[in-house]
Ligand binder design. Sequence first.
Ligand SMILES: C[S@@+](CC[C@H](N)C(=O)[O-])C[C@H]1O[C@@H](n2cnc3c(N)ncnc32)[C@H](O)[C@@H]1O
Length: 228
Amino acid sequence: MARTPRNARHDEDPEGYDQLRRGWLNRRRAEFFAERVRLARPEVVVEVGCGTGRLLTQLAEASPGTRFLGVEPLADYVEFGRRLIADAGLTNVELHVATGEEVAAVVPPAIADLVLSSDVLHHVTSQADVAGSVRRIAKPGARWVVVEPSAANVYVGAFQALANGERNFRIRPFLRAAESSWALTARSRMFLIPAAIETPPAWLVGMERRLERVPGLGGAVVLELTAR
Ligand SMILES: C[S@@+](CC[C@H](N)C(=O)[O-])C[C@H]1O[C@@H](n2cnc3c(N)ncnc32)[C@H](O)[C@@H]1O
């Protein structure tokens, strides 16, 4: 039986995909999520669509007192991530094979203080089912930090619309799909430097910080939601 495509053309290649996600954009994203973890001081963090587990491994190394759970539908990505975790000798992070729609089947109810999803919700089959399932594993008042490609950026929007296996993330339909269980508490944009640039010079990083918030320039949208 044909497998459901999950991550465009990268489904069979966790090593290649992990390598692709080692550039500036993902280091920046990891710094951003690490800051959110520091601010929330959570007991439990869940990442939905954790890919190869690279982000969770970094977060778990930086916050040994926090428990991290990742769910990811691609079994070969989860296997790759479990090797990363074992190689790093971490005992505070575990990965499960599941979709975001199924997260409540593999993660205990009302356990998460903080939920993360990075570049995932434009891939899922049902954003409403993901939002409902994520709500079931979240504590009352828990935060969900969502980062998705911004369709308002002309290059990102065109890429997402045209590339095989991708699609544009639409903010309003997502918020409507999630609204019975999640309230929007903050919204911003980030990223300007193209993903292919591994090590940008300091002036370019400074420019990114200044210009990424301008509508139409920021490459990603950041939504921060609170559990109702
Ligand atoms: C663009 S990748 C991002 C992976 C990781 N979050 C990162 O930033 O490197 C999208 C991920 O979403 C996963 N995915 C696709 N459909 C999903 C679903 N229904 N529920 C959860 N994750 C899903 C894919 O398998 C893939 O790992």
